[in-house]
Design a protein around this ligand. Structure first.
Ligand code: SF4
Length: 344
């Protein structure tokens, strides 16, 4: 019988596991503390559990943590982690310090099947979904590597893959992040990004998780978006924006729209005006991401005056618009740059 990965289990499930081994349910809460809060991977080190229970637990379960394959620091202070999963697949996370914030960007799939034309990760194709324990393992693993001194304050689901295409594992990992018995991170500090899977956005709206949503828009009309993001053919802008309007945003929270600026493709002032019209009536903020070049891409980054011109149109229309100079560009960790070689 294969062993159950404890990192795949919610605190309630850990309690049921304890009970199934003949122990009181609170033993499950103790396991959750060891696994999620202390980052312990050896069951034998869970010292407040009775020895006989630890032995019974080890026959049923283990902690399948991710191994750090590579740690690459960037000149700007960010750091890329390459993790190796149990089957040899590699995924990446990026840690980005910014004043008192420490944001960890996690992956949800090995590769990505959505094929956005400007995205390096998209050139990999989809290899497989990550399990819950492999998503949450990036957070626990980063905490372990950092030691007790620092801990990620914000988590963004913007690494390799489309989080909502791996819906069940993504949502379970979100529950682990916000559960006080597991990682206990405020949902306001968690952002899930999506390419715009309308049915999954509507499903997420019903989960009552209260996390932030970031929608990758990248074009303000359907014909251009069809070309840049094939997903638009299934979920065109009207349907996507309607789902965004219905999404239950907590008070004082805004929905983020990501817009990668591609020279002479989607960076004209008319594109900015169209974008502003599209977002009317939504509590929106726009992240403008000047394109990060990669070898073999057909796109380039617009000039600074063009970037600022685009931004000012949005600002004039009352839309908060920030230019995001990606972190980790020199280490291939910037937005749309994450790609990992497939192990031989
Ligand atoms: S932008 Fe996101 S959804 Fe599109 S190919 Fe890249 S990783 Fe996939």
């Amino acid at each position: 019988m294969s062993l159950q990965n404890l990192l795949d289990l919610l605190p309630d499930e850990l309690e049921s596991l304890a009970e199934s081994l003949g122990a009181p349910r609170y033993r499950g809460r103790q396991i959750a503390r060891w696994v999620y809060q202390k980052g312990v991977t050896a069951i034998d080190e869970m010292s407040d559990l009775p020895r006989a229970f630890r032995e019974a637990l080890a026959e049923r379960a283990h902690v399948a943590d991710l191994e750090v394959d590579l740690r690459t620091p960037s000149r700007d202070g960010s750091e890329k982690f390459v993790w190796r999963c149990g089957d040899g697949a590699r995924v990446q996370s990026v840690l980005m310090p910014d004043r008192d914030r420490l944001t960890l960007c996690v992956s949800t799939q090995v590769g990505c099947g959505f094929g956005c034309t400007f995205c390096y990760t998209g050139t990999m194709g989809l290899e497989r979904n990550l399990m819950t324990g492999e998503i949450i393992g990036q957070v626990v693993g980063a905490m372990r590597v950092l030691g007790g001194a620092r801990r990620p304050t914000h988590i963004v689901y913007m690494g390799m893959g489309e989080p909502l295409a791996n819906y069940t594992a993504t949502v379970k990992s979100l529950r682990l992040l916000v559960d006080q018995r597991a990682l206990g991170i405020s949902p306001r500090r968690i952002t899930v990004s999506t390419v715009g899977l309308v049915t999954a956005i509507e499903r997420l709206a019903r989960e009552n998780l209260r996390v932030n949503l970031a929608v990758s828009l990248h074009a303000a009309d359907n014909s251009l978006r069809d070309r840049l993001m094939p997903v638009n053919k299934g979920f065109p802008l009207e349907a996507l924006l309607a789902a965004c309007r219905r999404f239950p945003l907590p008070v004082r929270q805004r929905m983020t729209f990501e817009y990668v600026l591609l020279a002479e493709v989607n960076d004209a002032l008319e594109d900015a005006r169209r974008l502003a019209r599209l977002l009317m009536g939504i509590r929106a903020k726009v992240n403008l991401i000047p394109f990060n070049d990669w070898n073999g891409s057909d796109f380039s980054r617009p000039s600074l005056p063009r970037i600022l011109g685009f931004q000012s149109i949005l600002l004039e229309r009352g839309i908060t618009a920030t230019v995001r100079w990606s972190k980790g560009e020199d280490i291939g960790a910037a937005c749309g740059q994450l790609r990992e070689a497939v192990p031989a």
